[in-house]
Design a protein around this ligand. Structure first.
Ligand SMILES: [Zn+2]
Ligand SMILES: [Zn+2]
Length: 317
């Protein structure tokens, strides 16, 4: 079975009317899986022992996560002669996850790291020899893409089946930064489970009420309450009372709107790398065309290709 077929099989468990973000979050909805991709894609780690060291995970948990990613077609498992040490090579599908990783990294740096916290994750753009900062760009008009200039249109609010529960883990209490400060891990520790990403997507679509969110996502009320409370405490959502209706609305804050780049990157990844069709229409309001995004370096304005991205742990931190 090739990698794309494996990825397809892995997402077959999900609802047929899922969005690409549902699909992406279903396949990589677990924070540890994202951190394994961080190390495989950005740090070019391959060996089991290296992953153990960088993640601080026990053998059983790491083995389970690696085999899930292998089964989903994101890693290839190999044995290195002569001692048959295990190593894992990211497939093209995993390498294409780069924009999602960088979007999480930059959002984590902007909103979650304190000024005195020194990130262990330094990423450079070798094309311009600058610390890499990126923007999502529309492939039609080259304009910047974010929550404020994307318009999404979808059919009536049909009720979704909940996504697969396998590997769904509560976030917020897990010590993901076991080996140093990392903005991706920080981002995942507060927003890393699939429900939070899906709630943010629904908030972007304009769903603001508890009951509507619950119906649309098919989520248990206690889990929804928990996630909404966390996202509100984190200042990703704000709870306001509508003076006309008296209803309480959850709205995205500036921080929440800025996070929307992460689901937009996930959507693009699922469409391009997993071959998922989007049942919704996304438009870039600057040019009015169907939304397709690419990643651009803000310093040199060149497209960000993986071969031009270098990372090194910040040894001063
Ligand atoms: Zn455009
Ligand atoms: Zn550059």
């Amino acid at each position: 079975m090739n990698n794309r077929a494996a990825a397809k099989k892995s997402r077959r468990k999900l609802s047929a009317n899922s969005t690409p973000v549902h699909t992406a979050a279903g396949i990589i909805g677990d924070p540890w899986s994202v951190l394994i991709l961080r190390d495989a894609v950005l740090h070019k780690q391959r060996r089991f022992v290296e992953f153990r060291q960088s993640l601080g995970l026990n053998r059983a948990t790491l083995t389970k996560r690696l085999s899930t990613l292998t089964g989903a077609g994101l890693l290839e498992h190999k044995l290195e002669p002569p001692n048959k040490n295990r190593f894992y090579v990211p497939t093209q599908i995993a390498l294409n996850y780069l924009p999602v990783l960088l979007s999480m990294k930059e959002w984590g740096e902007r909103w979650l790291l304190k000024p005195n916290e020194n990130s262990q994750l330094d990423v450079y753009h070798t094309s311009c020899e600058s610390t890499l900062r990126t923007e999502l760009i529309c492939t039609t008009c080259d304009g910047i893409v974010g929550a404020r200039n994307v318009y999404a249109e979808r059919p009536s609010a049909d009720v979704k089946r909940p996504p697969s529960q396998s590997n769904t883990r509560a976030s917020g209490n897990e010590p993901l930064e076991k080996v140093g400060i990392c903005p991706i891990a920080r981002c995942l520790s507060v927003i890393g489970d699939r429900w939070s990403v899906l709630i943010i997507q629904e908030a972007f679509f304009g769903l603001r009420h508890f009951d509507m969110l619950q119906r649309r996502l098919g989520i248990a009320p206690n889990i929804l309450s928990n996630r909404l409370l966390r996202l509100t405490n984190l200042d990703v959502l704000t709870l306001t009372q509508n003076p006309n209706t008296g209803r309480r609305d959850y709205r995205l804050t500036a921080r929440g709107l800025d996070f929307y780049r992460v689901p937009l990157s996930m959507r693009q990844w699922a469409i391009q790398s997993l071959g998922v069709a989007d049942p919704l229409h996304f438009y870039h309001t600057n040019c009015g065309q169907d939304l397709e995004v690419t990643l651009q370096c803000v310093s040199c304005l060149n497209p960000v290709r993986l071969q031009d991205v270098a990372s090194r742990p910040n040894i001063d931190s």
